[in-house]
Design a protein around this ligand. Structure first.
Ligand SMILES: Cc1ncc(COP(=O)(O)O)c(C=O)c1O
Length: 398
């Protein structure tokens, strides 16, 4: 007998975004004036029509367990959305509502991968993918993306083994803001069909997309519906992070297995949130466009200000609400009143301590030498923050 922790826990990290969020909140409680660019959530309130639907659900006593895969009206609304946006037709047993996109990812991975299986994750990637794969009992296999953050299809093909069960992609992407091109997605779908693996397609930022860029779901390609697990949710599009609601669309057996995991963990997704989500999908969509266009203005501003700093490289931000910029030019230098800064984590600590700006180090996303900031903050905050970042970067001694 032993009271030690499980071996699996030794290989799972606390989410670095959650850890930094906690640290920043503690500093704010101590009265520190911190500009938080670390958090990945829209700063807008949940639209009123959705809030009212939640209040109505409470008043009408929809406050109990629901069916394990989510209420029928919500699954119907998701089916309508998938048909309209992606041109893919799902049946009621091919959709399941879960406690956020994150739990959807976990249940989906438990459904398709386990001991002895491998899951390929092109990186830079969302912080949680490797740990969710590990929690599911499978092995994450990290494969570098090209320098412009497009998919390196050759590297993915080389990483495929007889144990490969899935590749996880995110488009529009957190942290890089990349929207995968049709060619990249077609290349990956050809590979998935040839080598017989699933694609777990995280599409949570699908509506936060800029300029000429268009969201394409890989599930819409010929022969891909049955080998794609679409992960989506309400957190980003409808500014509903605290309502904890996401969903999966996939083959009925995958959905059935994912719902088994949910039934043995959270039982059901939250009832009140599900009624609010029906209104989110079926009600007026103007708030979605209002938020998107506001994000686009901020994207333009932040991208320009970062590019104005000589030495910083900031790729085109095509979607989501993050700037992921390269600060390698600024590492290995002494900073005024601070000392030597050798890596992105030290740089983020320095900026937090000296300039009170909280940012995520790129190494959290397996991209050392980069920094991620969220521009889901007001223009005033972003003006102050970009000034402080420029001051911090320029405070090095030659
Ligand atoms: C790429 C990506 N997937 C999933 C999630 C989780 O979203 P949810 O709040 O729906 O669990 C996030 C949240 O930041 C994310 O950035």
């Amino acid at each position: 007998m032993s009271t030690t922790l499980s071996n699996r826990m030794a290989t799972v990290k606390m989410s670095p975004t959650t850890a930094l969020f906690t640290k920043v909140e503690e500093l704010k409680c101590k009265g520190e004036d911190i500009v938080s660019l670390n958090v990945g959530e829209p700063d807008f309130p949940t639209p009123d029509n959705i809030k009212e639907a939640g209040i109505k659900a409470i008043n009408e006593n929809f406050t109990r367990y629901t069916t394990g895969n989510g209420i029928a009206p919500l699954r119907e609304a998701i089916i309508e959305k998938m048909k309209k946006d992606n041109g893919v037709t799902y049946e009621m047993n091919e959709v399941a509502v879960m406690v956020g996109a994150k739990q959807s990812l976990f249940c989906a991975l438990c459904a398709v991968a386990g001991e002895g299986d491998e899951v390929i994750i092109p990186y830079p990637c969302y912080v949680s993918y490797p740990d969710i794969v590990t929690l599911a009992g499978a092995k994450p296999v990290l494969v570098k993306r090209n320098d412009d953050f497009s998919l390196d299809l050759e590297a993915i093909e080389n990483a495929v083994t007889e144990h490969t069960k899935a590749v996880i992609i995110c488009t529009p992407d957190n942290p890089t803001g990349k929207v995968y091109s049709e060619d990249d997605l077609r290349g990956l779908s050809d590979l998935a069909k040839a080598k017989d693996f699933f694609v777990i397609s995280d599409e949570i930022y699908e509506k936060i997309i800029y300029g000429e860029n268009r969201h394409i779901s890989i599930s819409s390609f010929e022969g891909m519906k049955d080998r794609t697990v679409v992960v989506n949710g309400f957190s980003k599009t409808y500014s509903m992070t605290g309502w904890r609601l996401g969903y999966l669309c996939a083959r009925a057996d995958v959905i059935g297995a994912a719902v088994k995991v949910q039934s043995q963990t959270t039982t059901t997704p939250p009832s009140i949130s599900q009624y609010a989500a029906v209104e989110a999908l079926r009600g007026p969509q103007d708030s979605v466009e209002l938020m998107r266009s506001e994000f686009e203005k901020r994207r333009d501003y932040v991208q320009e200000k970062l590019r104005d700093i000589p030495g910083v490289v900031c790729h085109d931000i095509q979607g989501a609400f993050y700037a992921f910029f390269d600060i390698r030019e600024f590492l290995g230098k002494e900073y005024e009143g601070y000392g030597l800064i050798e890596n992105d984590s030290q740089f983020c600590e320095y900026l937090l301590e000296k300039y009170h700006v909280a940012m995520m180090p790129g190494s959290a996303y397996f991209a050392p030498g980069f920094v991620r900031i969220s521009f889901a903050s007001s223009m005033e905050v972003l003006k102050m923050a970009t000034q402080r970042i420029a001051l911090g970067l320029n405070a090095h001694k030659c």
